[in-house]
Design a protein around this ligand. Structure first.
Ligand SMILES: [Zn+2]
Length: 393
């Protein structure tokens, strides 16, 4: 058993002073405070001093990093992406596809399912890597009008048989699906995906208010990169953005990089969705953690310059990291670290149906991040494993 101590801990619903986190066999067995509980004798103690312990970040929309795109990644490429995520406090993630030719999508789904299954079955040391937890299928069931940079020739109308073929290729590992609800056939696919436990997320959509509402009635419960690739809010036809901002049955995510949304819109979004229903994503691409240049996203190229990713003059994902997104929320919306952390931990875990992640309590995975009081990542712990570097501290 290992006892982790620090100055403070976010469960994240509660703030615990002088925390004591006891970990055994990758799992938290107790989360309490040294104010009322002694460190049990004989256990190894790892003290993080004046730092804050928070659940490891959960990233539900990411296309790549460290020069690698998850759609084309072999296991060693994926490991490089996972090491980059780890450095930025992410302990679990959902590799995200983009619209591509069907055979490329099917083989990507197969490879990603392999990685997810291997990680889940492997009880040995994970090393300094985030764990893939499920696949986010972004496209091809999206609107031509709001496709962003998704290649138009590969966009499809949703059908149950096409969805089934993706599901088979991914061996049931699809956990999130972005879909435009106004498309013919969308409602049936939304209902079936929801029945299979997929988090159906509205996005890349030109939907009006009534078709967005009908999608929620059919089982949709989230919205993908709010405001981006959506019909803009109009005060007489609020559309999908109006539905996203006002329906308490929907959670929603944003890319808080200061490029995709003006900071004032981040603040507006957070006021509307609140600390329970807002989620942070990065939508990060292979260029993340790399110098400016030309990088791949699915089957096409993206030019990255000064933190901006462009393809054909349109924004094509980001080079944002989750720790930066958390700090941006503190800066843009004047939220404190505890509330900002929730948008990257408990909320995405709930949205994606992860019962034992995104929180620090008995029974949860021992995945956590060690933060400075201003939200800088000092260490990341996956499965309660302490690296050599931490042991030397
Ligand atoms: Zn994306």
């Amino acid at each position: 058993m290992i006892a982790f101590t620090a100055n403070c801990l976010f469960t994240p619903l509660d703030r615990v002073e002088q925390p004591l986190l006891l970990v055994e066999d990758h799992v938290i067995v107790e989360a309490s405070s040294r104010v009322e509980r002694q460190i049990p004798p004989g256990v190894r103690v790892v003290d993080f001093g004046d730092a804050i312990l928070a659940p490891g970040f959960v990233e539900m929309h990411i296309h790549g990093g460290a020069g690698h795109d998850v759609m084309n990644a072999d296991p060693s490429d994926l490991a490089a992406v996972e090491r980059l995520l780890f450095k930025h406090g992410v302990t679990g993630y959902f590799p995200t596809t983009v619209t591509a030719p069907l055979d490329q999508t099917w083989s990507a789904l197969d490879r990603l399912a392999n990685a997810i299954e291997r990680a889940a079955a492997d009880n040995s040391s994970r090393g300094e890597r985030a764990q893939p937890l499920g696949i986010h299928l972004e496209g091809p069931f999206i609107s031509h009008v709001r496709r962003g940079v998704h290649p138009p020739e590969n966009i499809m109308l949703p059908t149950l048989s096409a969805f089934d073929r993706f599901w088979e290729a991914a061996r049931g590992q699809i956990r999130v699906m972005t879909i435009a609800p106004e498309l013919e056939g969308a409602r049936e696919v939304i209902a079936e995906a929801a029945r299979r436990g997929v988090c159906v997320s509205l996005g890349h959509s030109d939907a009006d208010l009534s078709s967005a509402r009908a999608a929620v009635a059919a089982g949709a419960r989230h919205a993908t990169h709010g405001f981006n690739a959506m019909r803009p809010l109009d005060h007489r036809e609020p559309g999908i953005v109006g539905e996203m901002l006002t329906d308490s049955r929907l959670s929603a995510d944003i890319i808080a990089d200061g490029i995709h949304l003006d900071p004032a819109i981040v603040e507006l979004f957070l006021k509307a969705k609140g600390v329970d229903a807002a989620v942070l994503i990065t939508d990060a691409i292979s260029a993340t953690g790399m110098p400016d240049g030309r990088y791949r996203l699915g089957s096409f190229e993206v030019e990255v310059k000064n933190g901006r990713c462009l393809a054909g003059g349109k924004l094509a994902g980001s080079v944002l990291t989750m720790d930066r997104a958390v700090r941006n929320v503190m800066q843009f919306a004047h939220w404190d670290l505890q509330h900002a952390v929730r948008l990257a931990t408990l909320n995405p875990a709930r949205v994606t149906g992860l019962a034992n992640r995104g929180k620090l309590e008995a029974g949860a995975e021992a995945d956590f991040v060690v933060l400075s009081p201003t939200g800088e990542v000092r260490n990341t712990i996956v499965r309660g494993e302490v690296s050599e570097a931490v042991s030397r501290n």
